[in-house]
Design a protein. Structure first.
Length: 310
């Protein structure tokens, strides 16, 4: 991992710890009559943590609803849908996650790498409950320090895997990671044992398979290499989680890639596509047993100034 990436991750982690410690200090000191000095010190620590966190907040600007630009709520009510919309110079991004439980195991991130490139990631961690939620949070933090700071997808995933193995080594995650340069129309993408993204072009679907079958977090010697595709106006790239294809009906039949392809072939607008896929899966399935996450990158016909949309 590059030194700049590591320093940003450490800065983010330190700022979060400062804020948490300050809150605990204020809560504890409020029960004792120790005068204003200790409380003032706790307040200063809290302010310092917020100021340290500010650069990271600037990089990951706020999306609709006041959440970070990622479908990553730590506590998402079961079957609650969280949405993301983001438009920029020559592209549009739409995403949805519908958690099957209170702690989703899917995560979805969009980063401004720099004024020229966009970073995207969709993944799923192993396990359930609090350990899985903590591991997912660690994945997101480390991605912010690699993919969010300009690394290529291959280098970002390799660095992420190294850090996960050195810090934890008890869990793993599948991941699809990409960067898009709208000015040159170049998509660099890598997969870590995740469902391959799909390219929808002129009504035809192509799998953007990269051949990387190893998840992150299992072995420290893993290496990932990006694959490059040239996109053109009108193209759509669809990232999705297992929950979008492995849901089963009462006959134990999976929704499958065939039914997903049928939904994609119906010509829905990009902003409608995540919801249409989710609705088709739920109509088919016998209840929801897994998170359903979809992220759509649309190459626009015209350029516009980068902006957030509510």
């Amino acid at each position: 991992m590059k030194k700049a990436s590591i320093s940003k991750v450490l800065l983010l982690q330190a700022s979060l710890m400062c804020s948490i410690l300050a809150i605990l200090m204020v809560a504890a000191l409020s029960h004792f009559d120790l005068g204003p000095g200790p409380l003032l010190l706790a307040a200063l620590v809290c302010i310092a943590g917020i100021l340290l966190l500010e650069p990271s907040r600037d990089r990951r600007r706020v999306a609709s609803g006041g959440a970070p630009r990622g479908l990553d709520q730590a506590w998402l009510p079961p079957h609650e849908v969280n949405r993301l919309r983001y438009s920029g110079d020559g592209f549009e991004v739409y995403g949805q996650i519908m958690g099957a439980g209170r702690q989703p195991v899917d995560f979805c991130e969009v980063f401004d790498q720099d004024p020229e490139r966009l970073g995207l990631a969709l993944g799923k961690v192993g396990g359930q409950g609090v350990p899985a939620a903590l591991f997912r949070s660690r994945c997101r933090t480390l991605l912010a320090g690699t993919l969010g700071c300009g690394d290529s997808p291959g280098r970002a995933v390799t660095a992420l895997n190294h850090e996960l193995c050195s810090q934890d080594g008890q869990n793993f995650a599948s991941l699809e990671c990409a960067t898009y340069d709208p000015h040159r129309g170049l998509l660099d993408i890598v997969s870590a044992a995740h469902r391959a993204a799909l390219l929808l072009r002129d009504g035809r679907l192509t799998s953007l398979a990269t051949g990387n079958s190893l998840p992150v977090g299992l072995t420290d010697d893993g290496q990932w290499r990006s694959h490059r595709y040239r996109l053109r106006p009108g193209d759509q790239v669809i990232f999705f989680s297992d929950g979008a294809v492995e849901a089963q009906n009462t006959n134990r039949e999976c929704f499958g890639m065939g039914r997903l392809s049928q939904v994609l072939a119906q010509g829905w607008r990009p902003r409608e596509l995540p919801a249409r896929i989710r609705r088709a899966v739920l109509d088919f399935a016998d209840g929801q047993s897994d998170d359903i996450t979809v992220l759509v990158l649309k190459v626009s016909q015209t350029s516009q100034r980068m902006q957030m949309t509510a």
